[in-house]
Design a binder for this molecule. Sequence first.
Ligand SMILES: [Zn+2]
Length: 401
Amino acid sequence: MEAERDDAEEEESDVEEDEEDEKVEYPYEFKEEKRKKAKAYSKQKLYIGLIQGTLIPLIILVVLQFTFLSSALEKFSLSLIGNVGVTNIWLGAVLFVVFFLLITTIVGLPISFYSGYILEHRYDLSNQDVPGWAKDQLKSLALSLLLATPLIVGVFYLGDTFPDWWWLYAGIIYFAILGILSNISHLIFLPLFYDLEELKDHELGQRLLEMAHENGVPEVKKVMKVKAGEKTEKANAAFAGMGKTKRIYLYDTLLDKFHDKEVEGVVAHEMGHYVNKDVLRFIFIEAVTIFPVLYIAGWIFRHWASFGHISNLPLFLLILYGLYSVIDPVTLWYSRERERKADKFALDVVRKKRPMISAFKRLSDIDLAELDPPRIVEVLFYSHPSPKNRLEMVKRKGEEE
Ligand SMILES: [Zn+2]
């Protein structure tokens, strides 16, 4: 089996390289000017990420909770539904959460625009115009209103109605939603943000399917092209779904800018996640952490507040934030371990180190990724090992061409 594949690969590779030589440089080498830009870009992204993801949310939550604002908003929501003759406090809570999500989005808008639009354009990473960007923001907001509102109100309702066992019920519901969403989200959310096209009678597409079938994923039948290039320069790929809905997704940016051999390496990595059941592993981790997290958060919360008032939501979120800042570095460490395993799987599939090294280098230059971030940054924020560590592993374990 392996000898056969080797021969086939060598025969193909001559033809392929002749054809592709003019299209893309292969094997790819780092570009000095990209490396300089990557250093500046990733530093700015890190600081803005901290402001956007930590500082601003914490300020909003503290201000809402510890001034009169949150309880005023609750009174306002109740009076609004009272005007139409409704007195149910949980319907008032729904309205409160909608206002709350709108307020946090609006307050965070300038920094989102800076991070997602201005900075991306400054580094030539985005191809979106302002209306296109705004449309995506509105879709995300609609999704969070639709998904988060029932979840948040549900937690407070359960907390108020079942004081002893609410965390168990809420955890089970959360777990069920997570399980369903992780299987079908690509069918709902991807088409919402991108145009998709099935790659039929596509030489590379067929080869990727064969590669999947030979390496433990016989059920995948479709390769989909994600038309991301109209929005971003960045490249990506994924395996998603289960059973009949199982698909390989490839950004058009990956297809256009990468050598076929590199694409095979990238897809083999994604295949590694699937074969190693990484999505299931993370759902399991979420499941085992959500129960104690809810229990402890509820225990702390009840010292100061009650679930009977939705205006206490900022406090509950602050407590959750505190607990997750302890858990997140552990989850990230585990994620980096799984990424390493997926890289090893990819090496076992493509065997040669050259396509993998070339793909990592090109990906780092296109995405303007920092090769060797400070260790503390990697530990606290990186879901993948740094590109330098990934390159070193491949150089150590891969076969020479
Ligand atoms: Zn990965």
